[in-house]
Design a protein around this ligand. Structure first.
Ligand code: SAM
Ligand code: ZN
Length: 274
């Protein structure tokens, strides 16, 4: 497990922003800052502590990986891969988690390489082995990214924090930003077992991105189907509400939701730089 050379070329030192090279299992810049690859294949470029509660925890990541492996979001992954297209360049997944969507995009783009960024090292252990053509780096998306200008042909953001100015800077002119965000009605049958979708989400997306990007197209992935007991448990445990399962009879309500029809409703939009 290592970093594809083209991904190393796109990375910059997170201390001084110089280019880096991979020497055995260490990334180094000319100023002698160095970052060791973890045994699991990802690299941690952070040098500041991140606030507690920011990164997905091990139980959340395990639940997310199990839920995604169940295929419940396969149509969403297909729509995201379709929106990204068969690019030959670098695809950066901002808040990649276990790397599920980035892997599907790389499957559909055999000449592309991928960079998974996430603040959760636990999630990136999985991402690092999710696909042979991706590298994974621990980073806080709200800080300037350890990535060169204009290096990416596609940036993905699937249910993750959106740093519009960094999206804009790292994309090559003419590159694509692909954003997946929940629509009203998403997982609605699960009530307050999951975070409610803000009814002004679309407006907020426009407000967050509109200064740097114009929306080119959008598709809605909407389907209602039965969720198994395991799918219900995992979809709840992978989100922030998973922390509070012992409150308000949630465990009983979780068990009662098994086998019920649940709606998945997500918008996948493509944005271009202004
Ligand atoms: C809802 S999950 C989505 C993960 C993945 N895109 C997926 O859909 O499977 C949000 C992800 O963003 C990461 N995250 C949250 N805040 C972050 C930050 N400030 N910088 C980097 N990653 C962050 C979390 O660790 C988590 O993996
Ligand atoms: Zn440096």
């Amino acid at each position: 497990m290592s970093f594809p050379a083209r991904v190393v070329d796109a990375l910059r030192c997170s201390v001084c922003a110089s280019p880096v090279t991979l020497d055995e299992r260490t990334l180094r810049c000319a100023q002698r800052h160095s970052f060791d690859l973890a045994r699991q294949g990802y690299v941690n470029l952070l040098h500041a502590r991140i606030p507690a509660g920011t990164a997905d925890t091990a139980p959340m990541v395990d639940a997310r990986a199990a839920f995604l492996a169940s295929g419940a979001y396969a149509p969403l992954a297909a729509a995201i891969a379709d929106a990204a297209g068969a690019t030959t360049g670098l695809v950066i997944d901002a808040g990649a988690g276990p790397g599920y969507y980035l892997s599907r995009v790389l499957d559909g783009a055999p000449e592309a390489v991928g960079l998974a960024l996430d603040v959760s090292a636990i999630a990136l252990r999985r991402a690092a082995r999710a696909h042979a053509r991706l590298g994974a780096a621990v980073w806080n998306l709200w800080e300037p990214w350890p990535v060169g200008d204009g290096v990416a042909s596609v940036v993905l953001d699937v249910f993750s924090p959106r740093n519009a100015s960094e999206f804009h800077r790292v994309l090559t002119p003419g590159g694509k930003l692909v954003v997946a965000s929940p629509l009203p009605g998403h997982l609605a049958e699960l009530g307050d077992l999951v975070l409610a979708v803000d009814s002004r989400k679309e407006e907020r997306l426009e407000a967050a991105l509109g200064g740097f990007f114009a929306r080119e197209s959008a598709v809605e992935v909407v389907r209602t189907g039965e969720f198994s007991a395991a799918q219900v448990r995992d979809v709840v445990a992978m989100g922030p509400a998973g922390f509070h399962l012992d409150r308000d009879n949630r465990r009983e309500r979780l068990a009662a939701a098994a086998g019920r029809a649940v709606t998945v409703a997500v918008s996948v939009s493509v944005w271009r730089q202004r």
